[in-house]
Design a protein around this ligand. Structure first.
Ligand SMILES: [Zn+2]
Length: 116
């Protein structure tokens, strides 16, 4: 079991997305694996497709890069309400990668963990 890097949900299978994290580029020059649950990835893909993406100044929750980030509403599991919506911020290129991975995941063309 691992926890989703965005909503913290524990899932037996999370979908890995490779993200360049400049802060750790000397340890992980190829980027780091961020593990997202299907719902978060779906929300990222939906946001990526929107024409009215809300872009603000901030820090990407996945790549830790500061600058222009896209606001994504993530559903955090909550015992009292079922889900609680919380805003996360994701850099445009990272969001694009999430959308691409989600697309491949849906089509079933995503290779097994760590093979791409
Ligand atoms: Zn999640």
């Amino acid at each position: 079991m691992a926890d989703c890097d965005l909503c913290g949900r524990s899932e037996p299978t999370l979908i890995p997305v490779r993200v360049k994290v400049p802060t750790y580029s000397y340890v992980y020059p190829e980027g780091m694996w961020r593990n997202l649950c299907e719902r978060c990835l779906e929300l990222c893909a939906e946001t990526e497709r929107r024409m009215d993406k809300k872009i603000v100044e901030g820090k990407c929750n996945l790549s830790l890069v500061e600058g222009d980030v896209v606001e994504v509403e993530i559903e955090i599991p909550s015992f009292s309400k079922g889900v609680r919506r919380e805003k996360m911020y994701i850099a445009p290129d990272v969001l694009k990668e999430c959308a691409r991975v989600y697309d491949r995941y849906k089509k079933g063309t995503l290779p097994p963990f760590g093979e791409f």
